[in-house]
Design a protein around this ligand. Structure first.
Ligand SMILES: *Cc1c(COP(=O)(O)O)cnc(C)c1O
Length: 353
């Protein structure tokens, strides 16, 4: 604590990202990054925009990217919001919709940034336990609330909640925002964007970080009714008028257009996940069914923390959460098939020793 810190700075409890070590070269299966490079078209667009125009501020509305996203999702410009990463979009959405008297609801096991935002803004919240299979049970959300947020597929479980369930949440909660964080939806889930035409209270948030291999570029977006997008714009324009730089807009537009590469890489990751699930099961792991680019697994006898540490000494990073209910699970991001072969080889040795 410093005497210079405001009550605001004192109150916050910052998010801890997965390790990004620099001391040695690891096989990184711990932060759900995409193992494949970004689209060549995206890299080309970024390079060709490295020019004199960087002297000038970018378009404050990032219209070129909004237009691409609107066309891509068969929506109108007024239904699209963009930001410097989906974390930023989420932070703005929490500010725009959830700072109010009633409690925000989200699962007890979920993306750990949600409670960080709640503390930052002083939002009261109630966590709703996942069921014994680590699935969201929508019956448990039938209570007075000031909004609902969850990732779909959920993180770190990877479980996908059916759109029929999401539709019930939307119908049961017409006066609050239901935010569906679709960071991983491109790996086999189904987007709630299809429900937008019928529900003004739905906000869908997506990112270029995972399925578009652009975590280093920081581009995220939200899709929703005109009134929700307007709410986001009001908050964004009170905070940062130019969140997206020229290179990010050019790169994101080009990545979105490179459909072939996108389809190819996401399908590869889905295939890797299917192979990895079978492999884990053969080695005595319980595997939570996943529609994400990672698997959440528990060994039948060996403690997760020990496996995590053993793998680390062998140059492989996976994610371990020392949190109630999940402290015996490992979250393993899907790497390339070569990386996964080394991973399973090393894992076998950890188990045998
Ligand atoms: C990775 C992730 C994000 C953040 O994505 P960025 O756009 O890189 O900020 C948001 N939500 C969930 C659930 C994630 O796993």
């Amino acid at each position: 604590m410093s005497k210079f810190w405001s009550s605001f700075a004192r109150r916050v409890d910052p998010y801890t990202p997965g390790e990004q070590p620099r001391d040695q070269k690891y096989i990184k299966l711990n932060t759900n990054e995409n193992p494949y490079p970004p689209s060549i078209e995206a890299l080309r667009a970024i390079k060709s925009n490295c020019n004199d125009l960087l002297r000038l501020y970018p378009d404050p509305n990032s219209t070129a990217l909004k237009e691409s996203l609107a066309a891509h999702h068969a929506l109108e410009l007024k239904n699209v919001f963009v930001g410097n990463s989906s974390d930023e979009v989420l932070a703005l959405a929490f500010m725009a919709f959830f700072v109010q008297s009633k409690s925000l609801l989200f699962p007890d096991i979920t993306y750990s940034f949600y409670d960080v935002y709640c503390k930052l803004y002083g939002i009261t919240y109630k966590t709703i336990p996942l069921d014994d299979e680590l699935a969201i049970s929508i019956e448990d959300y039938k209570r007075d609330n000031g909004g609902i947020v969850f990732p779909n597929p959920n993180a770190p479980t990877g479980r996908f909640l059916a759109l029929t369930d999401i539709e019930r949440l939307l119908r049961d909660n017409p006066d609050v925002v239901v935010l569906v964080d679709e960071a991983y939806v491109d790996f086999g889930g189904e987007s709630a964007v299809a429900l937008l035409e019928n529900y003004a209270n739905l906000l869908v948030v997506q990112t270029f970080s995972k399925s578009r291999s652009l975590a280093g570029m920081r581009v995220g977006f939200a899709l929703g009714s005109e009134e929700l997008i307007e709410g986001l714009e009001r908050v964004k324009n009170s905070f940062n008028s130019y969140p997206l730089d020229r290179l990010a807009v050019a790169g994101a537009v080009a990545a979105l257009q490179d459909t072939r590469y996108f389809e190819e890489t996401r399908q590869r990751i889905i295939n890797t996940r299917q192979d990895a699930q079978a492999r884990f099961e053969n080695m005595g792991f319980l595997v939570i069914p996943s529609k994400a680019n990672f698997l959440f697994v528990r060994h039948k006898s060996l403690p997760a923390q020990q496996l995590y540490l053993d793998l680390k000494t062998r140059g492989i990073l996976v994610r371990y959460f020392s949190k109630p209910r999940i402290d015996n699970y490992l979250r393993v991001s899907m790497g390339t098939d070569e990386e996964m072969a080394i991973f399973f080889d090393q894992l076998e040795q950890c188990i045998a020793q």
